[in-house]
Design a protein around this ligand. Sequence first.
Ligand SMILES: [Zn+2]
Length: 84
Amino acid sequence: MTRVLFWLALVFLVLFAIRSKIRGMQQRAREQQRPNPFTPPGRPQQLPDAELMLCCAHCGVYYPASENVQAKGHDYCSHAHATL
Ligand SMILES: [Zn+2]
């Protein structure tokens, strides 16, 4: 009889441990979904401006469009690749 009680107690302890672990994970997930507390209220969170990326016709590397070098109707990442 004591063996049965021991196993029952062990099963309850394991179930309790699993349940508290799941609750901790849910709590962490909820905290990650909260908005940034440092953002002023009433103002939507602003994402950093994304810049258009272009693919170099010579090496295939993607680079910001602000660094674009155009030559012969193609886009290049640098003057060196535009002249090659
Ligand atoms: Zn290149």
